[in-house]
Write a new protein. Structure first.
Length: 291
């Protein structure tokens, strides 16, 4: 059983112009703030805006610590990718449970709402107290510290991934629930009346129509995890450092010569985030619901 994508009426030129004018103030403000910050960072990274001395254009800030920079990129991309995949899976399943109107839907909705309101710093501290070798969970289970897996500060960045996946899954569940609560629920009920099973409805109705929302939520979660400082600093390893931790350490260094290097790390982080956003929009244009 297959389902045709829902056709969307194309707006007239006047409607498109009106929509563009409505978002223009916010777009201009965002462009000024983000463009100014990224521009100043780029000038400093390429030696055109030194803290002291004369400008010395070049890429010395990018090549000063190649080993640390490449290791930071690998760690940041790995942690962000794994936590985002887990957040998407958990958040999408939670959204389906919430709109299913079962006994557990209210409990899942309440847990998701409560999770969204918790700041990442408090959530990271909570996960650290829960999963450390002398934390609450190993004590409840009666596991000695030497036998407990190194979740906090371990080689696999387990505690950081758990915290990011937990928090971002609640965010994804919130936005996917809003999408499912619209016309999509009617389509799902119509498909059920026509004899489609749960797996068929999920594959041919729910997943295609919620794909844009899921992709946008995944992009936001990935970009946040890529630039998250407090979570990775509290729960991660001291070496290799992820990009935001490396940038802050270099920026706070005693020597002012490390400021361009910190700007270079921040610029690499921004470039990776912008690349993720560009790939997301490219993927959105290929979805049936977007067309």
């Amino acid at each position: 059983m297959t389902w045709a994508p829902v056709a969307r009426r194309a707006g007239s030129p006047r409607e498109k112009l009106r929509g563009a004018l409505l978002v223009l103030p916010a777009a201009v403000l965002s462009l000024v703030v983000l463009g100014g910050g990224i521009g100043a960072t780029a000038l400093q990274a390429f030696g055109l805006l030194p803290v002291v001395g004369r400008p010395t254009p070049g890429v010395a800030a990018f090549t000063a610590r190649p080993g640390e920079l490449f290791a930071a990129v690998g760690v940041s991309l790995s942690v962000a990718a794994v936590s985002t995949v887990l957040a998407v899976i958990i958040g999408t399943l939670a959204a389906i449970v919430i709109v299913s109107r079962t006994r557990s839907s209210r409990a899942v909705a309440a847990l998701g709402t409560l999770t969204v309101t918790i700041p990442h710093l408090i959530a990271a501290a909570t996960v650290g107290l829960l999963l450390s070798d002398a934390g609450v969970l190993p004590r409840l289970l009666g596991i000695p510290p030497e036998s407990w897996a190194p979740w906090v500060g371990g080689p696999l960045w387990g505690a950081a991934i758990v915290e990011l996946a937990w928090k971002e899954s609640a965010f994804i569940a919130l936005i996917v629930t809003g999408t499912l609560a619209t016309r999509i629920q009617t389509f799902d009920e119509t498909a059920a009346l026509l004899g489609a099973g749960r797996a068929q409805r999920f594959r041919h109705v729910l997943l295609p129509l919620t794909a844009p929302t899921i992709l946008i939520g995944a992009a936001i979660s990935f970009v946040y995890a890529l630039g998250s400082y407090e979570v990775l600093w509290l729960l991660g390893r001291t070496s290799p450092e992820p990009l935001p931790v490396l940038a802050v350490r270099l920026f706070q260094g005693v020597s002012l010569d490390s400021r361009p290097e910190a700007a270079a790390v921040a610029l690499v982080t921004s470039a990776l985030a912008l690349a993720a956003v560009a790939l997301t929009f490219a993927a959105l244009r290929r979805t049936a619901a977007w067309r």
